[in-house]
Design a protein around this ligand. Structure first.
Ligand code: HEC
Length: 126
């Protein structure tokens, strides 16, 4: 018996989390992608993505090792190869070396949750 109930509780609590995420996160992507864009912006600072990227709205993020992330939210391809979608962006951030082996961005050991929040933030750059 327990399985169905547990699944329902999980779905209910996930829906709750998505709603707590608030307006910004919702605006960042499709309804089924519940990353927290505001938390993602803080994570971008903490992970020092700006050491390698110029990122609008992130203080001190003026690196020039990788491409600037201006308007990355509307870009067609990630790294010129991967169709840009919230899921693909999260996968890229979580492990760019798995997403596109041999590219110049190092895998930084970022968790799936953090990667999704960062992807939600990047989706706001239009
Ligand atoms: C050590 C330098 C370095 C760090 C740190 C780094 N990146 Fe990158 N990143 C790169 C390079 C180099 C590329 C270009 C890869 C390519 O196009 O083959 C890249 C590509 C990207 C792209 C695709 C850009 C495009 O124009 O297609 C995104 C998005 C991105 N990085 C986000 C991030 C985020 C978010 C972080 C922090 C969690 C981060 N990067 C940290 C070097 C870095």
């Amino acid at each position: 018996m327990g399985d169905h109930l547990a699944a329902r509780l999980l779905i209910t609590s996930l829906m709750g989390m998505a709603m707590i995420g608030g307006g910004d996160a919702k605006a960042a992507g499709p309804d089924n992608f519940n990353g927290d864009a505001r938390r993602g912006a803080d994570l971008v600072k903490n992970y020092h993505c700006g050491g390698c990227h110029d990122i609008p709205g992130v203080a001190g993020a003026d690196g020039n090792v990788g491409p600037p992330l201006h308007r990355i939210g509307t870009r067609t391809y990630i790294a010129g190869y991967i169709q840009n979608s919230p899921d693909n962006m999260a996968a890229w951030i979580e492990d760019p070396q798995r997403a596109l082996p041999g590219n110049a961005m190092p895998s930084m050991g970022i968790s799936q949750k953090d990667a999704r929040d960062i992807a939600a933030f990047l989706a706001t750059l239009k």
